[in-house]
Design a protein around this ligand. Structure first.
Ligand code: SF4
Length: 692
């Protein structure tokens, strides 16, 4: 076997990797020096990828009701049960829950089957938990879900502001790029985060604001931009909503940030006085009941100053998952059609139905993730297909979600293992090819499409996800529309459809790739979209958006407190997040001893004053309770968290730490625009754990 170029399957940085046979017969994984995202570097997770390969613990054959069976009988059953459910209860009685781990080609066919052929938009994704607020914020400002920033902007910026982003742990290679720019050209780094994280080490400023107060901070910045005469009047002349947005920003009567005024003024002076500023934001912004408003509060400041779409400047959301962006492109969200076309637009629907030759294209948005599992609990969803994700452990109110899946009439899970909280509940388990065994594409945070390539044969009867979907579609009678020989053919269809989207003035246009031969696809180098036959280059520097009329919009936003209210029963706010060396529910990283050694068990960070008051000693067990669940975690006493707040990581599950299922604690409160859950401000009680 010669060296294979592929892409890391963890975070949205999308680093290139080289897979090569090692001396011991197992693969070695090194950074790809030619990939523009990482130029050869890998973080701890990426460099341990080889440890996570192998067949131990893999699902090797289809299972029905816990018994191994052949592919034909399993697929026949899935097709029959989905067809029967649609026929009996209507299209909206079935649902598909997808994942940012899926490759674009897998996502494309799943979305096509659900929206085009089963006639329901009940396909949503765990990316709803990751960046849905950014999607909604982009659409409000630009008319489309367009990321204005690029990684090169981080290299060229004089100021990088990291909002709700522990970049050092969650996007380590991007953090290295920021630190390299700081060393080379003195780039200033400001962190805006309620928690002191590893990203604060080496930052010039840390604004440790109150949980959920970001809108107030950025509204204040917009007011300061205006009062300091820093508005780019020529740019704003072509922007809608400036006056109303400024009025909203200036009318705030109280400051909920809890920050020292001098510190805030210093931040505002640096931001206003630095033209090349990139504001990076991530889950601390997105995972909020006011996440969309937070996104627009940030975008408003860049639009008002015209600092967008030019070298070294712009708002820049970084995605959590390796293919969260690809899922957005194919329309893997319940409220979107493929290629950034809109489900509520009759012309868009007609074009997609025509292109797919789809008999019953969905006409209304489907259920977003939290709503979807509530519908499962209420018995409205009767057949559910879950692909490469573990909602029984990771959705808010995880205990209720677990119970809902267990009670669902028919649940299919496609995964690489049977040992997840969700897979254990499946009626049908379909064995999937894992990373390094499958082919396709992913799109990273700066819109760069990269190939994932196979270097290993899938073990046992494992098959790629696109094959699972197309085989079920074929058995449901849609074979002609799903007759794909492989991912290259699916990619060409996706690219051709994007050309139609481009014709509607949509941003996502990769029609320049629609004629790739199989060989071209195999050799495809990392390529940033658009790759269009129409508009190309950078977005928004020309003041043009994708709204009708082409004007960018500023959106008036007002700060509001997190929805779940404090009270004497639940006096703390619980913030959740990731650790450096684990990914999601550890189905891969948990296989690496060196990754697991970093932080070996679930924990909760407690401020020293709170620990004293509660009588909690370091490293003892603490019982956390919220209105939705309970967990027992080991105490880490640290002033990295503010008094009255707690932080706990989300990686451990019923499989790895039955008492440490942190998402059981998180309430299913969602942003009213994006539907993204509030994962960082649940009300919570804490006390020393006393074993019965
Ligand atoms: Fe993988 Fe992200 Fe690390 Fe890059 S930064 S090696 S994509 S986990």
């Amino acid at each position: 076997m010669s060296t294979v170029r592929s892409t890391c399957p963890y975070c949205g940085v999308g680093c290139g990797v080289l897979l090569a046979p090692g001396d011991s017969g197992r693969l070695t994984v090194t950074g790809d020096p030619d990939h523009p995202a990482n130029t050869g570097r890998l973080c701890s997770k990426g460099s341990a990828l080889a440890d996570t390969l192998g067949t131990e613990g893999r699902l090797l054959a289809p299972r029905v009701d816990g018994h191994e069976t052949g592919w034909d009988s399993a697929l026949d059953l899935v097709a029959a049960r989905f067809a029967e459910t649609v026929a009996t209860h209507g299209p909206d009685s079935v649902a598909f829950y997808a994942s940012g781990q899926m490759l674009t080609e897998d996502y494309y066919v799943a979305n096509k089957l659900m929206k085009g052929f089963l006639g329901t938009a009940n396909i949503d994704t765990n990316s709803r938990l990751c960046m849905a607020s950014t999607v909604a914020g982009h659409r409000r400002a630009f008319g489309t879900d367009t990321v204005p920033g690029t990684y090169e902007d981080l290299d060229a910026a004089d100021l990088v502001v990291l909002v709700g982003s522990n970049l050092a742990w969650c996007h380590p290679i991007l953090h290295q790029r920021v630190l390299a720019a700081k060393a080379a050209r003195g780039t200033k780094v400001v962190v805006v985060d309620p928690r002191r994280t590893a990203t604060c080490d080496g930052a010039d400023l840390h604004l440790q604001l109150a949980i959920g107060s970001d809108v107030a901070l950025f509204n204040g910045l917009l007011a300061a931009i205006y009062e300091g005469g820093a508005v780019d009047k020529a740019f704003v002349a072509n922007v809608d909503g400036f006056d109303d947005t400024l009025t909203a920003a200036r009318c705030a009567r109280l400051d909920p940030t809890g920050l020292d005024r001098d510190l805030v003024d210093r931040f505002y002076r640096i931001w206003i006085g630095t033209e090349r500023v990139v504001t990076v934001f991530s889950q601390g912004v997105n995972q909020s009941g006011s996440g969309t408003d937070k996104v627009n509060a940030i975008l408003n400041c860049h639009i008002a100053t015209g600092r967008i779409g030019r070298a070294g400047m712009g708002p820049f959301s970084v995605t959590g998952q390796p293919n969260a962006m690809g899922g957005r492109e194919v329309g893997g969200l319940a409220n979107m059609l493929a290629c950034h076309l809109e489900i509520e637009n009759p012309a868009h629907r007609a074009a997609v139905a025509d292109f797919w030759n789809a008999p019953r294209l969905a006409t209304t948005p489907g259920l977003k993730a939290v709503e979807m599992f509530r519908a499962v609990a209420e018995g409205r969803i009767k057949a559910l297909w879950i692909m490469h994700t573990n909602p029984a452990a990771t959705l808010p109110e995880a205990d209720a979600v677990r119970d809902a899946i267990a009670a669902c009439d028919f649940t299919v899970v496609s995964d690489i293992t049977a040992a997840t909280d969700t897979a254990r509940l499946a009626d049908v388990l379909l064995p999937a090819a894992a990373w390094a065994e499958k082919d396709g594409t992913v799109t990273n945070s700066d819109r760069t499409i990269s190939r994932q390539r196979a270097a290993l044969q899938p073990p046992g009867q494992a098959r790629p996800d696109w094959w699972h979907v197309t085989e079920v579609a074929r058995r449901m009678g849609y074979g002609r529309s799903f007759d794909f020989a492989g991912p290259a053919e699916i990619f060409r269809e996706h690219a051709a459809l994007s050309g139609i989207a481009g014709g509607f003035g949509r941003d996502f246009d990769i029609s320049g790739l629609a004629d790739l031969s199989d060989g071209d696809y195999e050799r495809l180098a990392p390529t940033r979209w658009p790759v269009a036959r129409r508009r190309g280059g950078r977005f928004f520097a020309d003041g043009q958006s994708f709204h009708p009329g082409g004007r960018i919009r500023m959106v008036p936003v007002h700060w509001r407190a997190p929805e779940a209210k404090h009270g004497p029963r639940f006096p703390f706010r619980l913030n959740t997040g990731r650790v450096r060396d684990h990914w999601h529910t550890m189905t891969r990283t948990g296989r690496s001893a060196r990754l697991s050694a970093h932080l070996a068990e679930p924990f909760v960070e407690i401020h020293p004053e709170d620990a004293k008051e509660l009588g909690v000693a370091a490293d003892t067990l603490v019982e956390l309770t919220t209105p939705t669940g309970r967990a027992i975690l080991r105490a880490t006493i640290t002033d990295a968290v503010q008094q009255g707040t707690l932080f706990a990581p989300m990686h451990w599950t019923g499989e790895t730490a039955p008492s440490g299922r942190v998402d059981a604690l998180v309430a299913g409160v969602t942003d009213p625009v994006s539907g993204q859950p509030e994962s960082k401000a649940s009300v919570c009680a804490a006390r020393p754990f006393a074993a019965a």
